[in-house]
Ligand binder design. Structure first.
Ligand SMILES: Nc1ncnc2c1ncn2[C@@H]1O[C@H](COP(=O)(O)OP(=O)(O)O)[C@@H](O)[C@H]1O
Ligand SMILES: Nc1ccn([C@@H]2O[C@H](COP(=O)(O)OP(=O)(O)O)[C@@H](O)[C@H]2O)c(=O)n1
Length: 220
């Protein structure tokens, strides 16, 4: 099955499920640009923190999202555990999500297509994506992966606190009223709990190929 001329791949899932790893590998495989949309929300959370503001303050978070400084995307604190909680809190404000919508939609609409990963790509940002994946794994396995990742960067939070952070974020992201974390209609489920990175990527490519060929058949 040939690759369609405009291929948009939506990859969603909870924290540390492996969606970013898979999205980056899919982007390499199909020669597409990739956007980690979580970084946008992390940058808003960081801006609010650096300004000494409360992430629960919707007006402050929205102002930060509307004036987002791209340099924050390279800040060493962007990927920290503390900042992940801030990102999760600011991302629940509907005007923050609205402020970040256009840039994500434009990324998906670029010629040739794109791979985006996050929480609402298949539901809100690119509901007509050519292929949608919902990547998941058991919470304990996700916590172990994130714990190793943070430790390698010198962030020595305990495994128990990483698990608690992930569970708190999952609950907040799934329970919010706007764009909650949910498996999109038509999204293929990919549980990476027992898969190596290579096996998960191969499975993801197979699922994308299946979605593309299904679409092709529907168009006939
Ligand atoms: N299938 C896997 N097996 C083992 N480790 C994995 C797997 N997928 C991802 N990882 C590792 O787990 C961590 C979190 O993966 P990542 O792709 O960043 O997750 P997410 O984008 O969902 O938060 C990274 O250190 C990554 O290398
Ligand atoms: N499309 C997205 C992406 C992230 N987010 C929020 O941003 C936080 C950080 O996202 P992330 O993708 O960087 O987090 P990880 O899955 O990498 O741990 C999430 O917990 C969500 O609250 C969102 O609401 N919508």
């Amino acid at each position: 099955m040939p690759t369609p001329p405009h291929l948009v791949i939506a990859v969603d899932g909870p924290a540390a499920s492996g969606k970013g790893t898979i999205a980056r590998a899919l982007a390499r495989h199909y020669g597409l640009p990739h956007l980690d949309t979580g970084k946008l929300y992390r940058a808003v959370g960081l801006a609010v923190r650096l300004a000494g503001q409360d992430p629960n303050d919707s007006d402050a978070a929205t102002a930060a999202a509307l004036a987002l400084d791209p340099e924050l995307l390279d800040d060493p604190d962007l990927m920290s555990g503390d900042n992940a909680q801030h990102a999760s809190i600011v991302s629940a404000h509907p005007p923050v999500r609205a402020a970040l919508l256009a840039v994500q939609r434009a990324f998906a609409a670029q010629p040739g297509g794109a791979v985006l990963d996050g929480r609402d790509i298949g539901t809100v940002i690119a509901p007509d994506a050519s292929a949608k994946l919902f990547v998941t794994a058991l919470p304990e396995i996700r916590a172990d992966r994130r714990h190793r990742e943070l430790s390698a960067k010198g962030d020595f939070a305990s495994l128990a606190s990483v698990l608690a952070d992930i569970e708190a974020r999952d609950a907040r992201d799934s329970g919010r009223s706007t764009a909650p974390l949910v498996r999109a209609a038509g999204a293929a489920l990919l549980d990476t709990s027992e898969l190596s990175i290579d096996a998960a990527v191969q499975r993801a490519i197979a699922l994308v190929q299946a979605a593309i060929s299904r679409d092709g058949q529907q168009q006939v």
